[in-house]
Design a protein around this ligand. Structure first.
Ligand SMILES: [Mg+2]
Length: 414
């Protein structure tokens, strides 16, 4: 079997409302590049990639000539062709490799008549549990609905999603407002859902001293972990010495070098594995085995997915023996998907691992066209800027917080 063609299509799919984060905002939509790898026997494998609000089409076009004729089963060889570690100073293609790996695994699964999870060792579970992943949100610019800023709004949103989807783990994405305000919000969340577990993620924008203050103030709560309170392994290590809450990261341990450093001199307790940031599902499995050996925790990270990437997270979650935490997903902030059947469903806080061959999801071509057209109309957006705070950029550590009393609507083209 040989790769005959590689196609990439940029889509933008609307979110219920713009998502605020420590470094900027998702401007009411996700921009994703959908990758189709076609083989000489007519199979089409699907991949997906983000890109901070921008299209990644060009890089797939550029790589096509070197990959046409390649056997999709030779994934290790493809790793060196696409993301040779000694060449990565010039072109870091880790996420590109991931999208191509997804597509090739999808092809292999279809060719062999098995789900990707069976190729990766076989599933240990049929459903993967997820956390709520509550963001502070601006109101939807068109409808005015969906704002999450006040304590009441955070609890109302969490309660609504718990009722609809059955979540029992609640993650608050933070680092937007002054830490004392976010502490009040987090403690109110814990009080409102006393039987549920919690996690908090300010995206690494605090000082170590601020992180210690916050971490110590939540030690009595039912925390899964405190995620990236500061940036850098050394900052995490200093925080960890003073805080009795497990620390987690998706920012400072995202490759094997950093994983080795963390095993030799532990700074982080739980490693959030991201099928995109690590360069594919198989890299995440290798990392999980290292974590298992050193008794570090693992969880599944979300970098803003549509259904193809979600399928990769589900197949990963299905085969990880040491997955003891609910996975993260931005997925329930979306209004639609580009896969057949529309958005996947939650049952009791979990999503079923697809059972069809390959990734088990197929493109809805009408939706692909519709959201490619929406991308052409709206274009990209700067993920690291906030449309309501022109000129603002956070420092690290940050002290330029947004004002929790500021409820002005934001104007974003929709
Ligand atoms: Mg994070």
């Amino acid at each position: 079997m040989q790769i005959r063609d590689i196609r990439a299509t940029t889509v933008t799919v609307p979110l219920e409302a713009p998502l605020r984060h420590a470094n900027g905002c998702h401007w009411g939509r996700f921009v994703r590049t959908i990758v189709e790898v076609e083989t000489d026997n007519g199979l089409i494998g699907l991949g997906e990639m983000g890109g901070g609000g921008e299209s990644a089409e060009a890089v797939f076009r550029a790589l096509k000539t070197s990959l046409v004729g390649h056997d999709p089963a030779r994934l290790e060889e493809m790793r060196f062709r696409v993301a040779n570690p000694t060449a990565s100073l010039y072109n870091n293609r880790t996420q590109v490799l991931a999208a191509l790996e997804f597509a090739c695994l999808d092809i292999l699964g279809q060719d062999w008549g098995v789900p990707v999870s069976e190729i990766l060792g076989g599933r240990l579970r049929d459903r993967v549990r997820f956390a709520t992943y509550v963001f502070f949100r601006y109101p939807n610019p068109r409808t005015g609905a969906g704002e999450v800023r006040t304590i009441d709004q955070v609890i109302r949103q969490t309660r609504e999603w718990k009722r609809c989807f059955g979540f029992t783990t609640h993650k608050l994405k933070a680092g937007v407002f002054p830490p004392d305000y976010e502490l009040e919000v987090y403690r109110a969340l814990a009080a409102a859902f006393p039987g549920d577990s919690l996690r908090f993620d300010p995206n690494g924008v605090w000082s170590v001293e601020q992180a210690i203050r916050f971490g110590q103030a939540i030690e009595d709560l039912r925390n899964d972990y405190l995620e990236d309170p500061v940036f850098g392994l050394n900052g995490m290590r200093r925080t960890r010495q003073m805080v009795r809450v497990p620390l987690a990261t998706n920012t400072v341990v995202v490759n094997f070098e950093q994983l080795a450093a963390n095993a030799l001199d532990t700074a982080v307790d739980v490693i959030l594995l991201d099928t995109t940031f690590w360069g594919g599902i198989r890299a995440c499995l290798k990392a999980a085995a290292v974590c298992d050996t050193f008794q570090l925790g693992v969880a599944v990270h979300s970098s803003g997915e549509l259904g193809i990437q979600l399928a990769t997270m589900l197949h990963l979650g299905a085969v990880l023996p040491n997955l003891t935490f609910a996975a993260d997903a931005h997925y329930h902030h979306l209004t639609d998907d580009i896969i057949e059947g529309g958005l996947m469903h939650y049952e009791d806080g979990a999503i079923r691992v697809p059972e069809g061959p390959g990734l088990g999801v197929r493109l809805n071509r009408e939706k692909l066209r519709e959201y490619a057209e929406l991308y052409r109309r709206l274009g990209g957006y700067p993920y690291d800027q906030d449309p309501a705070r022109p000129g603002w950029a956070p420092t690290v550590p940050n002290d330029r917080w947004a004002d929790p009393a500021d409820g002005r609507p934001v104007e974003i083209p929709y």
